[in-house]
Ligand binder design. Structure first.
Ligand SMILES: Nc1ncnc2c1ncn2[C@@H]1O[C@H](COP(=O)(O)OP(=O)(O)OP(=O)(O)O)[C@@H](O)[C@H]1O
Ligand SMILES: [Mg+2]
Length: 1080
């Protein structure tokens, strides 16, 4: 989400005033109070116009986070509360967008937070400028140069645990896009005296302690060092350890930083070797030795240390030893060697150590520059950051040459500040078309002149003294000053010709005092000459040059005998003056941005605000002066747009929107508010307000109006909120109702729809079924027709093509098989044929079921055939017999129980051979016809049922009964008179011959006879009757029949008799009507 742009102003939620220009009334007390108030509220930054005052909070504040960086990024300087980031952003943007080179001048006394401020500026710029692998590497190198320089150039002092003991100016170079390209570092005046001696409570440079604490045993051994600090004379012992500082960890950081910056391993090694050599130099001690010629000489006490130094540096031990003992002065081809006494030897040793170290430091800066220098030749935009010691004023005249130099530098910075501020102010007035009114301010050019004037300046005096032949001491130098500068209004000295200070006891004789713009400073003249000379005996520099250690050799180029230069090297003072001049020149071409650092207390403690201390700093930093300059004309200025934007609510015409140009809007606004005309002035793009009072009045009005507006906005907002809520609810209600209606209708519709579908489906179903039925019927008809047609066609076709089709094969095979089977059957039957006897019951078994009927039929046929065959053999006689038998069978079979027994008996007919028996000659004669039957039968007496034997004869025409004994014919009945023959069904031979009523024979009644051959007799009687009368004789077979006895009809009844009379049936007359025959 895009961050909402909120137009804010420095004036919002101000604690005290954020810009001292607005301070009312303006005096030292109000100034300090304002700072204090802000400091107490953790507001460590305050503006004086575009200058940032920074008070060291001595504690980490949460105002340097990446979020803060983002907050200040691309915002106007006065938009947010004062911050070093606002200044950094302003500088960076005008560098990038307006192509103006910038410099950021950070000043303040030791421990005020300059170095921290410079790092904050750098880190801010690094965070907001371009990104990318290459750019990031450049940034990283620039940032990592800090820890390296701090290790070698910073030390713990009583005022600051990490005090920069050198001045640093760094140009950061950017391309047109604002991406960093590289940088150049310049260093100023390393406090090298610290190498050999540190004040109480202070330490040597950090690097010494870092090596001894952080290097591995191995590395220490290589450097011929021991971990114990107390082994080294150059290390002040009283505060070797600093609270909260981890030297070992810092050593690792430094090495890492060196690597990032681009130091090669061997370079790093050489650097540490030089550091080790410096440290060991301090351990070389001398003892006096008197010589014969009376001159004092010195001798190295213990040569072991010297030996190790020589091993480290690759210098011939004898060369170095000699350099510590002799001093060679060359003048005009003449070489004069003098011996050094112990003091001189110590001096030489310390000078060597100091030189070695300070040259190493310069070399480091050069080396870093080599690494970080921009790789391209394109035009660069430059942002310079100057972190240089501020004014130093020690109590008790402890100020020496160094302080003098430092204060000189600050004097110059103040001058450039005044110049540039005023210039800027003037330029702005001109730009804005506002009349320039002269501003009264103190111009410190006169003080600068006192120091740097080429003829009469203090530095020039000093140089003159140093170069002057003859005995030169600090006192002679002071004398000279007293002569030359006595009349200078900023110079004070007891001995000066001017009698002003003759009685000033606060000014010792060995001191002079300068009234710096920031206050008076008393300098102790002792050491000035020496320090300015910065003398290193040539023997030593030559010895150094002879070293095989390439770095050391490179540090002492003047030691090369081939380049011997008899001219004295430039003095420290003149060197510094020159470099300050270069720096000033450099700064003048740039747009300055100031950060004035203030130290709130001497205790390095948070939350303590020491008014006196701050007051002192405010004074010598000239901050009040600064405010005065800034508000000399007009205290406050603001572009028309933001001004109108901020105050437009104070006037009806401009609120809420002003349509015309902003300037007119502001005019209307100011008229409306009735602000006195002398209080403001209209510039081209800015409104200038003379008094902060006016601004505050505007602010108050605005505040009040904002409250009203807030109420209004709240009112409108609440109304709007309620309305929106109501509308939303209404809308929601409609939506809900719509949805509900829709839902209800949907449901109803679904119901109707489903009902309709059901009805529809039923109808459709019904219709469909009907249709289906019809269709089915039609289909069936079609199919039937088709089938009929198909069958018909089939038949036709089959008929036509039957012969071609295999369908016949089945039938044929079937028929063939059947034939074969039949054949086989018949053939086998032929073999198995039974005998031709008609009574043979044998018949082969049926081979196949399907031939069952055939088999039976065949059997029947065969039987018939065999019977026929059998019959065909018969003679006529036999035929006749069989005919009779057949007739008997037809008549009696299954009717008369006697019949079966008769079958096997041949019908003989003439059982009684009448012709042969002479007894029956008469009988025979009486019967001329052929006798068919002649047999003896029993005639049953009608009266008692007794049997009487009679001969029964049957001839062609008559039945005859004759007496057995006599052969007399008793009865003769023509066949035509025999009407019926009755007999029982049982196994008896009784039979009755019924005669025709009225016939002659019938008078005595019917005959009841019994014969053994009843069947034969009955059969022959029947046959004969049939052939004679052509009438069938009635044969009745019944167990009860009536017989005509004379007039009576008697019933003959056959009953089951007992067997006591044997097998012969018995006949008994029961009564008139009944004759009972018992058949066994
Ligand atoms: N903005 C800050 N926030 C928190 N602590 C700070 C800040 N500025 C400075 N300090 C603290 O104050 C100490 C001293 O600051 P710094 O080294 O920047 O002083 P200096 O002005 O460079 O002093 P010198 O002139 O001795 O080098 C720092 O080590 C740090 O502890
Ligand atoms: Mg510092």
């Amino acid at each position: 989400m895009a961050k909402m742009e909120v137009k804010t102003s420095l004036l919002d939620d101000m604690i005290g005033v954020g810009d001292m220009v607005l301070l009312e009334p303006l005096n030292e007390d109000s100034f300090i109070n304002n700072l204090k108030k802000r400091f107490d509220h953790s507001e460590v930054y305050t503006y004086i116009g575009s200058v940032v005052i920074s008070i060291n909070p001595y504690r980490p504040l949460p105002i340097y986070t990446p979020e803060k960086v983002e907050e200040y990024r691309n915002r106007n300087f006065y938009e947010l509360s004062p911050h070093i980031f606002a200044l950094s952003d302003e500088a960076y943007r005008s560098l990038r967008d307006q192509d103006k080179d910038q410099c950021i001048l950070i000043t303040g006394e030791s421990g005020a937070g300059k170095t921290e401020a410079s790092k904050l500026v750098m880190s801010y710029v690094a965070a907001v400028c371009g990104k990318g692998a290459e750019v990031n590497q450049v940034k990283e190198q620039l940032l990592q140069s800090n820890p390296v320089l701090e290790a070698f150039g910073n030390a713990k002092t009583v005022r600051n645990d990490n005090s920069s003991r050198f001045g640093k100016y760094m140009d950061i170079e950017f391309d047109f896009k604002g991406d960093p390209l590289g940088g150049v570092i310049s260093n100023y005046l390393l406090e090298k005296s610290r190498v050999v001696k540190q004040p109480r409570g202070e330490r040597n440079f950090h690097i010494f302690y870092q090596i001894l604490s952080g290097a591995s045993e191995d590395f220490l051994c290589k450097l011929k060092l021991e971990r114990d600090f107390s082994r080294y004379n150059y290390l002040g012992l009283d505060s070797a350890r600093v609270n909260g500082v981890d030297d070992a960890a810092n050593f690792r950081t430094v090495r890492n930083a060196m690597q990032i910056v681009g130091f090669m391993d061997h370079e790093t090694q050489s650097v540490f070797e030089v550091v080790a050599a410096v440290l060991k130099l301090g351990n070389i001690e001398f003892k006096p030795e008197s010589r014969v010629n009376g001159l004092d000489e010195s001798k190295i006490k213990d040569k072991n240390e010297l030996k190790e130094i020589c091993e480290l540096t690759g210098i011939d031990q004898s060369v170095l030893e000699r350099a510590f003992s002799f001093r060679t002065v060359e003048a005009k081809q003449e070489k004069v060697s003098t011996t050094l006494n112990v003091a001189q030897a110590y001096y030489a040793r310390d000078a060597l150590a100091k030189n070695l170290y300070s040259r190493l430091f310069s070399w480091l800066v050069t080396r870093i520059n080599e690494s970080i220098k921009a790789q391209t030749k394109v035009r660069k935009k430059v942002m310079g950051v100057l972190d240089i010691y501020g004014f130093e004023i020690f109590e008790n005249a402890d100020n020496s040459f160094e302080q003098f130099i430092i204060n000189y530098c600050n004097e110059k910075l103040q001058q450039i500040f005044i110049e540039l501020t005023l210039k800027e102010e003037q330029e702005e007035y001109i730009r804005e078309g506002i009349e320039w009114t002269h501003i009264e301010y103190f111009n410190n050019a006169i003080i600068c002149d006192l120091i740097e004037n080429n003829q009469t300046g203090i530095l020039a005096m000093l140089d003159e003294e140093c170069l002057r032949p003859g005995t030169v001491t600090d006192d002679t130098f002071l004398e000279k000053l007293n002569q030359v500068c006595a009349t200078h209004q900023h110079f004070e000295s007891r001995m000066s010709k001017c009698s002003r200070f003759l009685n000033d006891t606060t000014l010792p004789h060995s001191c002079f005092r300068i009234q710096h713009y920031a206050g008076k400073v008393m300098y102790q003249v002792e050491g000035f000459v020496d320090k300015n000379n910065d003398l290193l005996y040539r023997d030593l520099s030559q010895a150094m040059w002879k070293a095989s250690h390439s770095l050391i050799k490179a540090l002492f180029p003047e030691g090369n005998p081939a380049k011997i230069n008899l001219k004295r090297p430039p003095t420290a003072g003149s060197q510094f003056k020159a470099s300050v001049a270069t720096l000033m020149k450099n700064l003048q071409t740039k747009n300055p941005n100031y950060i004035r650092c203030i130290k709130p207390n001497d205790k390095k403690a948070a939350h303590i605000f020491n008014d006196a201390l701050v007051c002192h700093q405010i004074r010598y930093l000239g901050l009040l002066e600064n405010v005065r300059v800034r508000r000399a004309g007009y205290a406050f200025r603001q572009a028309y747009e933001p001004c109108l934007e901020r105050y437009k609510m104070l006037c009806k015409q401009t609120w809420p929107h002003w349509r015309g140009p902003a300037r007119t809007g502001v005019e209307v606004l100011f008229n409306e508010l009735e602000i006195p005309e002398e209080e403001f002035s209209f510039g081209r793009s800015k409104i200038f307000i003379r008094n902060p009072r006016t601004l505050f009045k505007l602010e108050d009005l605005r505040k009040q109006r904002l409250e009203d507006l807030a109420t209004l906005i709240e009112k409108i907002y609440r109304g709007w909120k309620c309305r929106t809520r109501f509308l939303l609810m209404k809308k929601s209600q409609i939506v809900i109702a719509a949805w509900f209606r829709r839902y209800a209708q949907q449901k109803k519709y679904q119901k109707i729809k489903s009902s309709a579908i059901i009805v529809q489906s039923y109808i459709r179903g019904w219709k469909a079924r009907k249709l289906l039925r019809e269709l089915k019927h039609q289909k069936r008809c079609n199919e039937a027709a088709t089938i009929i047609a198909a069958y018909w066609h089939g038949t036709q076709v089959r008929r036509e093509y039957r012969k071609f089709f295999r369908a016949n094969a089945g039938r044929k095979i079937y028929e063939f098989t059947l034939q074969r089977l039949m054949q086989k059957y018949f053939l086998e039957m032929k073999k198995k044929m039974p005998s031709l006897s008609p009574i043979d019951k044998n018949w082969p078994a049926r081979p196949y079921l399907f031939l069952d009927s055939t088999h039976k039929e065949l059997k029947r046929i065969f039987h018939l055939w065999r019977c026929k065959k059998y019959r065909d053999q018969f003679t006529d006689q036999q035929k006749l017999i069989y005919e009779e038998k057949l007739e008997a069978s037809e008549l009696f079979k299954d009717k008369k129980a006697l019949y079966p027994a008769s079958v096997g008996q041949p019908f003989q007919g003439a059982y009684l051979e009448i012709s042969k028996n002479p007894k029956y000659k008469k009988l025979k004669d009486a019967v001329d016809e052929k006798i068919i039957i002649a047999e003896v039968v029993n005639k049953i007496n009608r009266a008692n049922g007794k049997a009487t034997s009679r001969i029964f004869l049957l001839t062609k025409n008559n039945v005859l009964l004759a007496d057995q004994k006599s052969g007399n014919i008793k009865s003769e009945v023509p066949l035509g008179d025999v009407t019926k023959v009755s007999m029982s069904s049982q196994n008896d031979g009784f039979f009755a011959v019924h005669l025709k009523e009225g016939s002659g024979a019938a008078s005595k009644g019917d005959f009841l006879l019994s014969s053994d051959h009843l069947i034969e007799m009955a059969t022959k009687l029947y046959r004969t009757t049939l052939s004679q009368t052509k009438q069938k004789l009635n044969i009745e077979i019944s167990d009860e029949f009536l017989v005509q006895f004379r007039q009576d009809k008697v019933c003959v009844k056959f009953i089951q008799g007992s067997q006591k009379n044997g097998n012969v049936p018995t006949c008994k007359r029961k009564n008139n009507r009944l004759l009972e025959v018992a058949v066994p």
